[in-house]
Design a protein around this ligand. Structure first.
Ligand code: GLN
Length: 200
């Protein structure tokens, strides 16, 4: 059984812990460097990326996180976590740092202020979700503006004004979704990540 940490500085930590536990992993909160060094993989939850990066710096986790990601630790970011894994933020707050690692550019709050939240069914490539669509919940979500290098698109928005926008990406051991698979009770994306951790 792999041990998967959930970065527990801010955001929806508990929901991820529950989903990981239901997906065949032992899930533990991570706040300290020693805890980070002990896990086989890490989830970066949804929340508020600007707050999260400040806390990451205050807890002296930025360099340890960058090093573990660069050394091949599987990581899965949802929403704010997807922003943290991106190499670039489009129109980010000046100087907003990320952990980085994924050759992506993300746009924060991309779906617009008038729609704080929406839901929709996604068709995943890569057999992630079998043939059934995945019901995705977006909350002040980013989207991926650009993928480069080895980053591969796993899902795009299928309906509405944002049709075609990239909302799930994988780059080797790194996985990111603009939506919150931890909130809807469907374990397929978490199971997919647990599979990545087991392969690593
Ligand atoms: N808008 C948030 C941010 O920019 C992300 C929202 C979320 O994680 N649900 O960090």
């Amino acid at each position: 059984t792999p041990t998967i940490g959930v970065l527990a500085l801010q955001g929806d930590v508990r929901e991820h812990v529950r989903m990981l536990a239901a997906s065949g992993a032992e899930a533990v909160p991570v706040r300290r460097r020693e805890e980070l060094l002990a896990v086989d993989g890490l989830v970066l939850p949804g929340g508020e990326s600007t707050t999260m990066i400040k806390l990451i710096e205050a807890f002296e986790l930025l360099e340890p996180l960058r090093k573990r990601v660069a050394d091949g630790m599987p990581a899965f970011g949802t929403c704010a976590g997807m922003i943290l894994l991106a190499d670039k933020i489009a129109d980010g707050i000046a100087g907003q740092e990320t952990i980085g690692g994924m050759a992506t550019t993300v746009r924060r709050n991309a779906f617009g202020r008038q729609v704080d939240s929406f839901e929709g069914d996604l068709a995943f490539t890569d057999g992630l979700a079998g043939d059934r669509p995945f019901h995705a919940v977006f909350i002040r979500a980013p989207w991926v503006e650009e993928v480069r290098g080895h980053a591969r698109v796993l899902a795009r928005v299928a309906t509405g004004p944002a049709t075609g926008r990239i909302v799930a990406v994988r780059q080797g051991h790194l996985l990111a979704t603009a939506f919150h698979p931890e909130l809807t009770g469907d374990p397929r994306v978490h199971e997919y990540f647990v599979g990545i951790v087991k392969e690593a």
